[in-house]
Design a protein around this ligand. Sequence first.
Ligand code: KG4
Ligand code: ZN
Length: 341
Amino acid sequence: MRLIAFETSCDETSVAVVRDGEVLSNIVSSQIRLHAEYGGVVPELAAREHLRNLIPVTQAALGAARVAVGDIEAVAATQGPGLPSALLAGLKAAQAMAFALRKPFVGIHHHEAHLYSPWVGGEPLKADFTAFEPNVSLIVSGGHTILVHVESEQSHRVLGSTLDDAAGECFDKVGKLMGMGYPAGPVIDRLAGEGNPRAFDFPRPLLNDPGDDFSFSGLKTSVRYHLRDHSGLLDDARTVRDLCASVQAAIVEVLVAKTIRAAQRSGVRCVTASGGVTCNRSLRSGLATACDRAGLKLRLAERRLCTDNAAIIGILAERKLALGAEASSLDADCLPGWTMN
Ligand code: KG4
Ligand code: ZN
């Protein structure tokens, strides 16, 4: 089946074409530079940019896939969660296209698309659901930190999530305190690579709590007080690298330990991870080492599929249709606060 998918939940306008589990094209137009000036995503600007980008990005996706619009057999879009005005742009474009083509439309939960993204990979980029096995999955992005028990394909249960800031938000806010631009996660990742993770002892929130929830705002506050009480720390490049490495170590230790503990308790033999923060090198190697030690298999979403993109929306939508899911309504509304159960 040839399916076109739209993702506009935050600051990436993305359109992808998939066919029978293969990603034929995945065009992502990032608005990072536009929002960087404001230190974060401005919803009105994001929506306006999506409207500007949707048609050229759609044309580019169809062109790169060498698929004519008349050959599209189904249309999908992120229905939620996300910024209301941003979601609306992609959702309504997709529904209008489905209406014009008289083809089914599928509304997708953004986190569910991340959840199944570790099963997509390789060259050519393809889904391999035959390899699926029950797993505990960590979804870590700028807006969310969620641990999920995926009992079987298309059946999952949320074990825990963040009580305050998401892990990516913590990276971004700590970076802001250190004078870095938005998003700071990739910058901290790079600088931390040359720093000492034991130079500063920052808290590991909820590390020893038996539950599966996370909390990162206390860590950010601890960095703020440390910078306030030790003036001049940011004047030395080496100290900045040590700060980055120490903050990253605190975030990664909590994420890795709680994921492994949840996997062992749930009795699964596999761990998966996805979402923007899964690009982080220390998180990737930390999960690899811990899974190895615990005798667990690890599937990480490929870096190119970690940040927001329409390919993961399209792959999940096509899979749902293939497994017999019903099409969504053409006048279904966006669901900005759609929670995963
Ligand atoms: O999944 P995503 O593209 O968007 C959301 O749905 O939020 O994730 C973006 C988040 C940002 O907070 C960004 O700082 C973080 O992912 N991020 C990273 C890295 N690359 C992106 N955080 C740490 N290390 C990285 N290498
Ligand atoms: Zn996302």
